[in-house]
Design a protein around this ligand. Structure first.
Ligand SMILES: *[C@@H]1O[C@H](CO)[C@@H](O)[C@H](O)[C@H]1NC(C)=O
Ligand SMILES: *[C@@H]1O[C@H](CO)[C@@H](O)[C@H](O)[C@H]1NC(C)=O
Ligand SMILES: *[C@@H]1O[C@H](CO)[C@@H](O)[C@H](O)[C@H]1NC(C)=O
Length: 268
């Protein structure tokens, strides 16, 4: 009996020490942004931000699913997934696994396979405004769900489903200043696990002006500031604990303000 109690005590203690060590070492950013330059400008937020307890599924379907984007707070609880996505934990589990990177332009032409630890060590860095999207390698999607199964099993997707669609995950990690330029596809959700991500959206019939090989950072610097009131996008910056929903065929571009870990649920 005494031995059993000691045993339980020791395992609780060691679990607590592990958590304490993680948070002491990595703080709130999962160890991802240490020493790297975040972008300051979160921009305005003109998208509805709603705590999910104030929006029933029926209201979501009626007011947003086919109509306009919305940001839902607290709709997922991904504490465990977040813990597994710290830099320390991901490197420990997946350092020698291959990840597939894509060029970050509108039509994503080129794919490159690298080891995960090489990606984190050499390619995960802040992006400057001069870099072309077609010259930037971005880790998002093309995930190997066999090798990374233990991780994705822990992710809880937003529970509000769109009828006649099936969810598919895309997971990624990217440095401050990176992002994808304007493009569109089916509806879906985007959640940041660490870091902040700024979003720009336009309805399907309002194609924004952009160069397909230029990054979102360049678009923000050159085009965004000269837009007239009528041409301004819907926009907001999302943080951990928030999920952005975008309807079918809405144009969207993203900008990571910090080194960010993120996951999208595409409803195809
Ligand atoms: C920070 O940026 C440097 C280069 O600018 C890069 O080598 C490093 O991997 C980055 N670290 C993280 C955690 O993003
Ligand atoms: C995923 O990883 C498995 C196991 O290493 C490998 O056999 C498979 O080819 C990979 N799949 C893709 C799509 O890369
Ligand atoms: C974008 O870059 C790709 C790959 O470098 C190139 O083939 C394409 O012509 C470029 N598109 C434009 C519009 O410049």
């Amino acid at each position: 009996m005494g031995r059993k109690v000691t045993c339980i005590f020791l395992s609780v203690l060691s679990a607590w020490l592990l958590v304490a060590r993680e948070s002491a070492l990595f703080g709130d950013d999962g160890g991802w942004s240490s020493g790297n330059h975040s972008l300051r400008d979160e921009g305005p937020c003109n998208i509805d931000v709603i705590h999910y307890t104030s929006l029933t599924y029926a209201q979501f379907l009626q007011q947003y699913a086919y109509v306009k984007p919305v940001i839902l707070r607290g709709i997922t609880d991904n504490k465990r997934f977040r813990f597994l996505c710290s830099k320390y934990n991901l490197l420990r589990e997946y350092r020698d696994k291959t990840v597939r990177l894509s060029t970050a332009n509108t039509h994503s032409y080129r794919k490159v396979d690298v080891l995960f630890d090489e990606f984190v060590e050499y390619l995960l860095r802040p992006q400057s405004a001069g870099t072309l999207g077609s010259e930037t390698l971005y880790f998002f999607g093309d995930n190997n769900f066999t090798e990374w199964e233990a991780l994705f099993d822990e992710y809880h997707a937003p529970p509000y489903k769109i009828p006649h669609t099936n969810p598919a995950y895309s997971f990624g990690i990217a440095g401050p200043g990176t992002g994808v330029p304007f493009h569109w596809h089916g509806p879906g959700y985007s959640e940041v696990i660490y870091g902040r991500k700024r979003w720009f959206l336009y309805p399907p019939d309002e194609e924004p002006e952009f160069h397909p090989n230029h990054t979102t950072l360049t678009w923000v610097r050159d085009a965004y500031s000269s837009l007239g009131i009528q041409q301004r996008p819907l926009e907001c910056t999302i943080r951990p604990g928030e999920v952005l929903y975008f309807p079918d065929r809405w144009w969207h571009a993203t900008l990571n303000l910090d080194t960010s870990v993120f996951i999208s649920t595409f409803l195809g």
